[in-house]
Design a binder for this molecule. Structure first.
Ligand code: NAD
Length: 325
């Protein structure tokens, strides 16, 4: 019997595969359909905490038979890393053969973590935002700030981004880079409120902190606006979340578990999760005036919807290093 091999894909290999945002969104929509119809498997993610403070390493396994996808992402977040010149988030994904269980690939998980989170927000926005939404408010101009503009541009006629970051350098650099890359007007703003009030779509992606800094106050989010909370409940006062007419998440079970761990206190009732929205089991936005919100916490299923595309394209393009098992 010949030796079995797996394809190792470094961060740069994954970037070079050059998967597009529309491809990622399409695959994730298929996954959410399968999830809504009960054809996926995703046990709750266990975590260990060997580092200091809020650091974690999570195991995120999932299976999507419709996409011939199975595997696990092993992802860490160490808040003290940036001060040491190291990335906050790092991780590897193992992609398995669904017929034999053999590992087919080990790939860096950082690129997909950024892209699939933006893609999940835009799938939520398809059901929750007004289709003509053109002004976006971005709070937190890091990796998520970048992938969210890229993702929202796929489905919405974005014209202007109001960009707030606690670091003036970060927001100015972001404005320069994003306006050139996506041919948008990007306005670096000096207060968080300028990136909320007057915007059709608001995304908060600053650091996750406990207790939440809860900077966004009631009365800031316009009628008819949609907000995506990438950084859990860090940015929003409970009373500001209470102003929304529809409050959703990506997976109800995971959301309830995170709530039990102490997040999202005093929020509105959950209306639906993304599987229920995508399959039409529960309605999304019903009137142009409704304020809508999603708190997508990030799913192992998101990663496993993207991994087979990266693996297949890498093989087609001859990217990566084959290693013997
Ligand atoms: N829900 C999910 O699926 C998911 C997935 C990945 C990351 N995240 C979360 O998204 C957030 C952003 O991740 P990232 O990879 O873009 O991080 P990043 O480090 O690349 O960027 C964070 C940015 O926020 C800025 N910032 C700090 N305090 C701020 C404040 N009070 N207001 C506005 N900006 C502030 C920083 O200057 C930095 O530019 C993190 O909280 C991360 O844990 C969520």
């Amino acid at each position: 019997m010949g030796k079995n091999r797996l394809l190792y894909l470094s961060y740069q290999d994954v970037v070079d595969v050059d998967l597009t945002m529309p491809e990622i969104i399409e695959s994730m929509e298929k996954m959410f359909h399968a999830k809504g119809e009960g054809r996926t498997e995703m046990p709750p993610k266990p975590g260990i905490h060997p580092g200091a403070g809020d650091s974690f390493i999570h195991a995120m396994p999932a299976s999507i038979p419709d996409l011939n996808s199975a595997g696990i992402k092993w992802v860490s977040g160490f808040p003290e890393n940036p001060a040491k010149g190291l990335p906050y988030i790092s991780g590897l994904l193992i992609f398995n053969d669904v017929q034999t269980g053999l590992p087919l690939s080990v790939m860096d998980g950082v690129w997909m973590t950024a892209k699939r989170t933006g893609a999940a927000s835009v799938i939520s926005a398809r059901y929750l935002a007004r289709p003509e939404s053109s002004v976006m408010g971005m709070l937190g101009c890091g990796g998520q700030g970048r992938s969210h503009v890229e993702a929202l541009k796929v489905l919405f006629p974005l014209k202007k981004v109001m960009a707030y970051d606690a670091s003036e350098d970060a927001r100015n650099q972001y404005a320069e880079e994003i306006s050139a890359k996506f041919e948008l007007e990007v306005v670096p703003v000096q207060t968080p409120q300028e990136a909320v009030t007057g915007c059709d779509i608001v995304v908060t992606a600053g650091p996750m902190v406990r207790p939440p800094h809860a900077t966004i106050l009631p009365g800031w989010l316009d009628e008819g606006a949609f907000a995506s909370l990438v950084d859990y409940d860090s940015y929003w006062q409970p009373a500001a979340m209470q102003e929304t007419d529809i409050f959703c998440t990506d997976d109800t079970n995971q959301f309830r578990a995170v709530q039990q761990a102490g997040h999202f206190k005093g929020i509105p009732d959950l209306q639906a999760d993304l599987g229920e929205l995508v399959t039409g089991q529960k309605p999304g936005r019903q009137t142009p005036a409704q304020r809508t919100m999603t708190a997508n916490l990030g799913l192992a299923l998101d990663d496993m919807a993207v991994a087979p595309l990266i693996y297949q394209k890498a093989k087609d393009k001859g990217i990566g290093t084959w290693l013997e098992l």
